[in-house]
Design a protein around this ligand. Structure first.
Ligand SMILES: C[S@@+](CC[C@H](N)C(=O)[O-])C[C@H]1O[C@@H](n2cnc3c(N)ncnc32)[C@H](O)[C@@H]1O
Length: 402
């Protein structure tokens, strides 16, 4: 039995004998790490003919674990640079396996080979408030111009401001918004969507209510719009702050009647698909605020008390926005909430030196955002006059008007 280290050493001795030993190790040794290392070492030899024959038989064998197939594909990619046989093999492997990991390896490789630079970023530097349906207002923004999106979509029929004829229509509309957003987000940056399951009211006592696991369905919507899953963070609330659902069971202890109190909401963390690693997105930010004095959230459970607002039924606590901004954006970045509501995210962003871009279609909420901020935003679309009236009203309330 060989060890990984011994196999690595065999890669350095580029003789026909050591290549033969490596091929033998691949076929006989049971340890997958050793076999994977053997594939890698075989690829580093300079006998293209024998390597090609090896891949031709092994890269299409369903007996090989996928981990070994990926290593073979890697060899194939690097060899295809100057040997057309491997180029042909790479196309055949992609076609044979039809596997998303191979597709991604291929895209990353192609991107590096083309020496293509990431697309130019046209960074937004003015705080913006776009009033109207975001599927329209987002069209006015340049492509590749926003570095982070954090948002909480309207709840499906759970609050008075949402009105969709069916759940599938709701998901389709969310899809339109996330697709439009995709054009605007910088390649490789994050979109974070805050959701929790919702329940529709019972149409009568003799009917059941329906509970919708929105985040399960939004996963498909987001991936189809061109983002891929990175993390799920749970926003955990204190139990007394959520509606009590368990009281029935507490009294009767009757199985099947159990309904736990829901103290979490999900933050779905996704990244815009691109053919390069995250370090490219971090270039140019060497001098950033490290927040040395602040504790770090080391788990995906963030304990934060919810906030209630007299003007809006479902607002973010500012602390939630602050953490998202800290972990997923740099100072000076343009950061966007496409369903802004009362504009909590914009407030937090401004305090943290980011440039907020907010979309809101309800003109009353938009007016409140603009007035509370003292006219901070460059307002686009909607009824600008109404927004200005709101500012006058707000200034009066603050004792600053006439
Ligand atoms: C859940 S609330 C967001 C609350 C917000 N996180 C806050 O802190 O106040 C969703 C908001 O999205 C707005 N909205 C719904 N559909 C929209 C659309 N297509 N374009 C722009 N805004 C929309 C609603 O008017 C509502 O204010």
């Amino acid at each position: 039995m060989y060890t990984v280290e011994e196999v690595k050493a065999l890669a350095k001795v580029r003789t026909p004998e050591s290549l033969g030993t490596l091929l033998e190790i691949f076929r006989s040794d049971a340890d997958i790490d050793v076999r994977r290392e053997a594939v890698s070492s075989i690829g580093r030899h300079n006998n293209s003919g024998r390597i090609y024959d090896f891949l031709l038989t092994e890269a299409f064998s369903r007996d090989n674990p996928m981990e070994l197939v990926y290593q073979m594909f890697r060899t194939c990619l690097y060899r295809s640079r100057d040997d057309a046989r491997f180029e042909d093999l790479r196309v055949r492997m992609l076609d044979f396996w039809r596997n998303e990991i191979l597709d991604k390896m291929n895209a990353y490789y192609d991107f590096r080979q083309s020496r293509e630079k990431p697309r130019p970023v046209s960074k937004i530097t003015t705080p913006l408030l776009l009033i109207g349906d975001n599927t329209k207002t987002l069209q006015t923004l340049p492509a590749n111009s926003v570095q982070l999106v954090f948002t909480s979509p309207p709840y499906y029929n759970a609050r008075e401001y949402s009105d969709y004829s069916s759940y599938s229509e709701y998901l389709a509309r969310m899809g339109e918004s996330f697709r439009e957003c995709h054009r605007v987000i910088e390649d490789g940056r994050f979109i974070i969507v805050n959701v929790s399951p919702v329940i529709t009211r019972r149409p009568g006592r003799e009917f059941e209510s329906i509970r919708y696991p929105i985040h399960y369905d939004l996963h498909r919507v987001l991936t189809e719009a061109g983002y891929y899953f990175v993390d799920e963070i749970l926003w955990v609330k204190p139990e007394p702050s959520v509606p009590d659902r368990v009281s029935g069971y507490r009294q009767t202890r009757k199985p099947l009647s159990y309904k736990p109190n829901c103290i979490t909401e999900s933050l779905m963390v996704y990244r815009k698909e691109c053919a390069f690693l995250l370090d490219r997105n971090m270039r140019g930010y060497e001098d950033f605020d490290r927040h040395e004095d602040e504790p770090i959230d080391t788990t995906n459970c963030w304990h934060i008390t919810p906030k209630y607002d007299k003007n809006h039924p479902a607002v973010f606590p500012e602390e939630l926005c602050r953490r998202v901004l800290r972990y997923y954006s740099f100072e000076g970045d343009a950061v966007m909430d496409i369903f802004a509501g009362s504009g909590t995210f914009g407030r937090a962003a401004r305090k943290m030196g980011r440039v907020p871009v907010l979309c809101e279609m309800n003109e009353d909420y938009a007016g409140i955002i603009q007035s509370e901020s003292g006219g901070y935003y460059d307002v686009r679309g909607g009824n600008r006059e109404k927004c200005c009236q709101q500012i006058t009203l707000w200034e009066g309330l603050q004792g600053r008007g006439d």
